[in-house]
Design a protein. Structure first.
Lengths: 144, 255
């Protein structure tokens, strides 16, 4: 009985890992496409590749971790950490909403603090939502 | 709790849609302005009147995009080497989508003030350095600032300034001086030239004022008759040439 149970758990885990790998790979393809689309316009922003790579790899990690931790409280914890990561990393990578680009004889500066504020707001609301989901999840009995 | 979670989900979705659509549409709006060459500078105009140098640089903004342009600001600095020659800050009215704005950057500086530090600009051509910046906000959310450095040729308004003593008529106590120059500046030179004649003792022996009006690119040549005081007249001395109360030339003379 125990043997059958652990075998079932193992199969479940293998299935979860396979599912997480597939979805993470698919997400990776989307990030790669996004990279090809955006890098054309961002040649004058030298740190873009580095910031984009960090962002993509961390997001892929969270995609994998969230799928692996499905049906557990950790899923919500990962989602909350991801939201905080997005807030801090995007704010840092975009120089808090002020970008300076140089091309030929021109210097272009773009200030998008209102957009950054909307992004922070959206992620803070997401944190609140995930907290509520985590509370709801924790309040359900194991048999539910 | 489910309803709250769902409502929060909708709010997040709406915020992310705004967050993704806004920059893309702003970029398209700017591309449309660039396509129609919606920002352009026209030929600068300048005049010297009443001892003031006024330069006007007209420009236009054709907002062919679909968002209003707000908080428009044009900042211009012109340098002669390390010295700031002129600055101009123009705050412009908002340009609604589909509207065209015609405006200009205006400099007005006392010639005396300019010449106190940049005397050579009156008689010698120079290469001036400029720094221009344009700032504006699109859709009231994203602000753009473009800054560029440029060089501009300065044509001297009194280029090749030459003066020669022509003759002295002791009977009438009139001294004739020929003055010639070419106005290489892009503006018309309008005002009065004053000549002061000093004798060997440094006393003012005579003076004359001559009104000039020389369009850009034109040469000027004229004789100026100076009524001199015979008692103070000597065989040599110094004479000074002034334009708009600023000394542009000082040289020795000899009969």
């Amino acid at each position: 009985m125990d043997d059958t149970g652990s075998k079932g758990n193992f199969q479940k885990l293998v299935f979860k890992i396979a599912k997480a790998t597939l979805i993470t790979a698919a997400t990776g393809v989307v990030w790669l496409a996004l990279w090809f689309l955006t890098s054309i316009f961002m040649t004058s922003y030298p740190q873009y590749s580095e910031h984009f790579a960090v962002m993509a790899w961390v997001m892929l990690f969270f995609t994998f971790a969230i799928i692996i931790s499905e049906e557990t409280i950790y899923k919500y914890i990962f989602m909350i950490i991801r939201a905080f990561f997005l807030i801090f990393y995007i704010a840092y990578a975009t120089n808090y909403g002020l970008l300076y680009l140089s091309f030929e004889n021109y210097t272009l500066n773009i200030e998008f603090i209102p957009l950054l504020t909307i992004m922070i707001l959206a992620n803070l609301i997401d944190v609140a939502r995930r907290l509520l989901q985590a509370i709801e999840f924790a309040s359900q009995s194991p048999k539910d | 709790m489910r309803h709250t979670i769902r409502a929060l989900g909708w709010i997040i979705t709406i915020l992310w849609i705004i967050l993704l659509i806004l920059p893309v549409t702003v970029a398209f709006s700017l591309m449309r302005i660039i396509e129609v060459e919606g920002i352009g500078i026209q030929e600068p105009r300048g005049t010297i009147t009443n001892g003031n140098l006024s330069i006007t640089i007209p420009f236009y903004i054709d907002n062919a995009g679909f968002y209003d342009l707000t908080d428009l600001e044009v900042n211009l600095h012109i340098y002669n080497g390390n010295k700031t020659l002129a600055t101009s800050l123009a705050k412009l009215p908002n340009v609604q989508a589909g509207e065209v704005l015609d405006s200009s950057c205006n400099f007005s500086q006392s010639l005396k003030h300019i010449l106190s530090e940049n005397h050579e600009l009156l008689t010698k051509d120079a290469e001036l350095l400029g720094n221009a910046s344009l700032r504006f906000r699109v859709a009231s959310t994203i602000a753009f600032g473009v800054t560029t450095n440029f060089t501009m040729q300065w044509g001297a308004p009194f280029s090749n300034l030459a003066t020669n003593m022509i003759s002295y008529d002791p009977g009438n106590s009139i001294l004739s001086v020929s003055v010639s120059f070419k106005n290489q500046a892009f503006f018309q030179v309008n005002g009065s030239i004053a000549i002061e004649l000093y004798n060997s003792a440094g006393e003012l022996a005579g003076s004359a004022v001559h009104n000039i009006n020389v369009p850009s690119g034109q040469s000027f040549q004229s004789f100026i008759n100076i009524a001199v005081d015979p008692a103070k007249m000597s065989n040599e001395g110094v004479f000074c040439l002034y334009f708009a109360s600023s000394k542009i030339l000082e040289r020795e003379w000899k009969l």
